[in-house]
Write a protein that binds this ligand. Structure first.
Ligand SMILES: Cc1cc2nc3c(=O)[nH]c(=O)nc-3n(C[C@H](O)[C@H](O)[C@H](O)COP(=O)(O)OP(=O)(O)OC[C@H]3O[C@@H](n4cnc5c(N)ncnc54)[C@H](O)[C@@H]3O)c2cc1C
Length: 413
C-alpha cells in the first residue's frame, strides 16, 4: 500500500493531524498498535483548557520545593530510585521555569491555546461529537483563605489575556456546587474552557470522521519504520506501507522512533492516574472541579466521577503505585460524597513533556519527509486539533496561522 502521508499514533494528536492533512488533500494512512484513543488520550481529565495561558512550571519557591522533597504531597509524588535518572531533565525544566523563560513559553503557547476551543468545535461539529462537550467551564476550589486571596490576586495577571472568570465566595460556590462538603473558602470559575465527558470516545469519534472522509486506519508497530529508496516504510497488519512523508505522533512513546534516528530531543514523562467513582443517589457534581491545594481534578464523566491525579515522576514502565491516588481519594471524599470505585485498577497515563513546556511540531531537521507532532504535556487534549492544523499548514507549504519557530525540533541542537 502507498500513501502520501503516514501518521504514526492515533491519539488525539495523531488523529487530528490525519484529519487536517486529509483536509488539504493528502492521501493519509493512520497507524496505531491499538484502537484510536486508547493511550494517554483515553484517560485525561477532559478539560479543553482555554484558560491555561501560562504553562505548568517547575516550582521555584524554596518552601514548595521542600514540601515536594518530603514526598508526602498529594499533588506530586516521585520514586526515589528514579530521581538520579530524571535529575538532569528536572534541572532543565527548572531552568526553563525562570520568570523570563516562563513568560516566553507563555507567549509561544498563546496562539495555540487561543484557538483550542474553536478548533475542537469545528471537528466536533463535523464528527457529530458535540454531545460529549459541556460549555460550563471548570471551578478552581480553595479551602485556605490565604491561598485563595493569593489566587484571586493572581487572576489579575490573567486579565490581559481577556479570559472570562468569576471569583466565587463560599456562598456562591455552594450555590454553584450544592453537593460539595467541607469548609470551602471559595473558588474561581473559569468560563472559557470546555469539558469532554469521554476523551477516548471523542478521539475515536474524530478517527471515525477521518475514515468516513476516505482515510485509512491500520494496526501495526510504528517501531518498524525505516527508509527505503526515498520512501518511508512501516509494517502493518495489511502488509508493508510506503509513504512519501511520515508524521511521528506517538505521544509519550515518540522517543522510540526519534532516538534511533539520532535526535536528542529531551522528551520527559510525567505520569498520572485516574479512577472512576459512582455517584451517590441524589447528588450531582455540576462542573469539573480542581482542588487547587491538593492537586487533583474531579470531573463528571460518562462513566462516573473521574478523579485524575497530578504528577508522578517514575520510570515510564515502572509498575503503578497507588499511593498518590489513595492520598487524593482520601481528600476528595472530604469534599464530595464519592460512591464506590468503578474500575478494578487505577488507569496510568504518561504526559509527554519537554522541559521548555512547548510541543515539537514541524520537520525533522535531518530526514527528508519526516515530521514531528508530539510533547503536548498537560494539554494534549486541548491542543490536538489546533496542532494538527499547524502541522498540516507547515506540510502544505502555505503560511501557517502562527509562527511555528517556538515548536521547532532544532531548538534542542
Ligand atoms: C492524568 C492526566 C490528566 C490529563 N488531563 C488533561 C486535560 O484535562 N486536558 C488536556 O488537554 N490534556 C490532559 N492531559 C494530557 C493529555 O492527555 C496528553 O497530552 C495527550 O493525550 C497526548 O496525546 P497524544 O496523541 O500525543 O498521545 P497518546 O494519546 O498517548 O497517543 C499516542 C498513540 O501512539 C500509539 N503508539 C505508541 N507506540 C506505538 C507503536 N510502537 N506503534 C504503534 N502505535 C504506537 C499509542 O497506542 C497511542 O494511541 C492529561 C494527562 C494525564 C496523564
Amino acid at each position: 500500500m502507498h500513501c502520501q502521508t503516514l501518521v504514526l499514533g492515533a491519539g488525539i494528536v495523531g488523529v487530528c493531524s490525519a484529519l487536517h492533512l486529509q483536509a488539504i488533500g493528502h492521501s493519509v494512512i493512520l497507524l496505531d498498535r491499538d484502537e484510536p484513543g486508547r493511550g494517554t488520550s483515553h484517560g485525561n481529565a477532559g478539560l479543553i483548557e482555554r484558560s491555561s495561558v501560562i504553562p505548568y512550571a517547575f516550582p521555584r519557591e524554596f518552601s514548595q520545593l521542600l514540601r515536594y522533597g518530603l514526598n508526602r504531597q498529594s499533588s506530586m509524588h516521585y520514586s526515589l530510585s528514579y530521581l538520579p535518572k530524571v535529575a538532569p531533565w528536572l534541572f532543565r525544566y527548572w531552568q526553563q521555569s525562570s520568570p523570563d523563560k516562563l513568560a516566553s513559553a507563555s507567549r509561544a503557547m498563546l496562539p495555540l491555546v487561543e484557538r483550542s476551543v474553536i478548533e475542537h468545535d469545528l471537528l466536533a461539529d463535523a464528527a457529530d461529537m458535540k454531545g460529549l462537550f459541556s460549555a460550563k467551564g471548570w471551578i478552581e476550589l480553595y479551602r485556605d483563605q490565604g491561598k485563595f486571596a493569593l489566587a484571586v490576586a493572581d487572576t489579575k495577571s490573567y486579565d490581559r489575556f481577556g479570559l472570562r472568570y468569576e471569583v466565587l465566595n463560599a456562598q456562591q460556590l455552594r450555590e454553584r456546587e450544592p453537593d460539595l462538603h467541607g469548609e470551602n473558602i471559595g473558588g474561581i470559575h473559569w468560563l472559557d474552557p470546555k469539558t469532554v465527558g469521554d476523551p477516548g470516545a471523542l478521539t475515536r469519534g474524530y478517527a471515525a470522521l477521518f475514515v468516513r472522509r476516505g482515510g485509512v486506519l491500520l494496526k501495526g508497530d510504528a517501531r518498524s519504520l525505516r527508509q527505503h529508496a526515498e520512501q518511508w516504510q512501516v509494517d502493518s497488519d495489511q502488509g508493508t506501507l510506503n509513504a512519501d512523508q511520515v508524521v511521528i505522533a506517538l505521544g509519550p512513546q515518540s522517543a522510540d522512533l526519534f532516538k534511533p534516528l539520532g535526535y536528542q530531543i529531551p522528551l520527559g514523562i510525567k505520569r498520572g492516574y485516574h479512577m472512576h467513582y459512582a455517584s451517590q443517589p441524589g447528588v450531582q457534581l455540576q462542573h469539573s472541579v480542581i482542588d487547587a491545594q491538593a492537586g487533583y481534578v474531579l470531573a463528571p464523566m460518562v462513566r462516573g466521577i473521574r478523579l485524575t491525579t497530578g504528577v508522578e515522576f517514575a520510570d515510564s514502565d515502572a509498575s503503578p503505585n497507588e499511593i498518590q491516588l489513595r492520598r487524593c481519594e482520601a481528600i476528595a471524599r472530604t469534599l464530595y460524597p464519592l460512591g464506590e470505585r468503578l474500575d478494578a485498577e487505577p488507569w496510568l497515563g504518561r504526559r509527554p513533556c519537554l522541559p521548555d513546556m512547548r510541543p515539537v511540531i514541524g520537520p525533522a531537521p535531518n530526514h527528508k519527509g519526516l515530521w514531528f507532532n508530539f510533547g503536548h504535556a498537560h494539554h494534549g487534549l486541548t491542543l490536538g486539533p489546533v496542532c494538527g492544523r499547524l502541522l498540516a499548514e507547515m506540510m502544505s507549504g502555505t503560511t501557517p496561522f502562527t509562527d511555528p519557530t517556538p515548536y521547532s525540533a532544532t531548538r534542542f541542537r
